[in-house]
Design a protein around this ligand. Structure first.
Ligand code: EPZ
Length: 417
């Protein structure tokens, strides 16, 4: 298994360019199944989750041409059984439910399985597609979804906000018969971006980016060209890295509008930053102050920034509290931070306390999920001595060439087999 070896406390400075958003690219790629014409998608990040999604799409009949711009064309769905080797490794496989049911009226989904951050159930997806007339059977190792007619538009209320649940039902509704209303939908900017593009392809979607969506089903969609929006979570990860290492780092090609709350919280902790529409420059700062943080659906503080922020709070004077309100098991990395010298208490499944400021020492750690992985990298960059981070496939899932980009700003990081 590959690992990173990092020697901490190097002076960092320079520029980091943000890539296209993983959590926008994966959705547009899945949506390409909705039409037999081509989706040309620009600025797709070159990360493991994108490679897995390409494998999954090719497996159902999508032709992907990467000679010039990357185009996705599914003239015909020739297989409705998703690859059982890929689905458990790619939670976003569930996105294919919508477009496959809209286009092909049936799909076999191997159990997606949980992951490090939680069980990751799909009850919302099952309720949602039942409301559209889909028959669903759960077998011991897969779900089968099927309908003999076109999907039926429906009024669906999300009892719990689900990002991919919103997105996959939105895609299905584009080609359903009649009108679909989605209430308590997720409001992430990637959803608004997806809807804006699908409307250019002939869909009739209103309200994307707000808790209420109205979609009028149409006969078919045409192809189009989509440019992936900047990755707000990658930008936040690098901003926290810059603050935590007390460095002057300029983060370019980001959309700071999508980060209003997290950037405001960083400033309240004591971060010094110059923020423009599409750049963030972190500057050396004075003592950091403890803070109470709670993760929240967009536009609140994102759960994907929770682990990196916790590393930062180990460097803040006083006792901080972090409440994780989205996933039920997203503090698993804290014992490794404590091994490095942090003083974190797990108060309950949803809440931790962090007593700072603590010196961190390099240790051998693992990367349980991609966001805990970048958090371990940040911890290693501020720790004394050498840190080894294992299971870095998890980091490569969401951060393109992270080692090369860190070396460019002065980090001492090596990728070893
Ligand atoms: C998306 O995951 C993101 N992934 C996640 O980013 C992100 O953390 C999450 O939204 C929350 O913002 C992608 O967009 C590919 P949810 P998603 O459905 O859609 C529960 C990353 O690091 N739930 O909004 O899978 C669920 O267990 C990843 O890039 C049900 O109970 O998350 C969670 O507690 C990690 N039943 C809550 O809802 C369901 O059927 C929110 O999950 C579905 C979800």
């Amino acid at each position: 298994m590959d690992k990173f070896i990092i020697t901490g406390q190097k002076k960092l400075s320079g520029t980091v360019k943000i890539n296209g958003a993983k959590n926008h690219a994966l959705k547009v790629m899945a949506a390409s199944l909705l039409t037999d014409q081509s989706f040309i998608i620009k600025k797709i990040p070159n990360i493991e989750d994108v490679l897995r999604m390409k494998e999954l799409l090719r497996g159902v009949g999508c032709d992907i041409d990467e000679t010039k711009n990357t185009s996705f064309t599914t003239k015909k769905v020739f297989n409705h059984v998703l690859d059982k080797k890929i689905v458990p490794r790619l939670r976003s496989s569930v996105l294919l439910l919508g477009p496959m049911l809209a286009r092909n009226r049936k799909i076999i989904l191997p159990h997606p399985g949980g992951c490090a951050i939680g069980k990751r159930p799909i009850d919302i997806f099952i309720d949602g597609f039942k409301s559209m007339g889909v028959k669903i059977k759960e077998n011991f190792d897969h779900y089968s979804f099927g309908i003999n007619t076109p999907l039926k538009g429906c009024d669906f209320i999300f009892n719990k906000i689900s990002v991919t649940g919103t997105e996959t039902m939105l895609m299905a509704a584009c080609l359903a018969q009649g009108k679909t209303t989605l209430i308590n939908a997720a409001c992430e900017p990637e959803i608004a971006a997806l809807a804006e593009f699908l409307n250019k392809c002939g869909a009739k979607i209103k309200g994307a980016g707000t808790p209420k969506l109205e979609i009028i089903g149409v006969e078919k969609l045409i192809g189009g060209t989509c440019e992936i929006i900047p990755d707000r979570i990658e930008a936040l990860s690098f901003a926290i890295l810059g603050v935590a290492t007390n460095s002057k780092i300029t983060i370019t090609n980001c959309c700071t509008d999508h980060l209003a709350v997290p950037l405001n919280i960083l400033q309240q902790i004591g971060a010094k930053m110059i923020i423009t529409d599409n750049t963030i420059t972190t500057l050396p700062h004075g003592p950091l102050l403890a803070k109470d943080i709670a993760t929240h659906e967009y536009p609140g503080f994102p759960t994907d920034g929770q682990a990196p922020l916790t590393v930062l709070l180990t460097q803040a004077k006083g006792i901080s509290f972090v409440a994780e309100n989205i996933f039920e098991n997203r503090f698993i990395y804290t014992d490794m931070l404590n091994k490095m010298g942090a003083n974190i208490q797990i108060l309950n499944q949803q809440k931790i306390s962090i007593k700072g400021k603590t010196r961190l020492k390099g240790k051998n750690v693992e990367s349980p999920d991609l966001r805990a992985g970048i958090a371990m990298i940040i911890a290693a960059l501020i720790a004394e001595g050498q840190t080894e981070i294992g299971n870095i496939y998890q980091i490569d899932r969401g951060y393109e060439k992270i080692d090369q980009r860190l070396i460019k700003i002065g980090a001492d990081i090596k990728r070893v087999k």
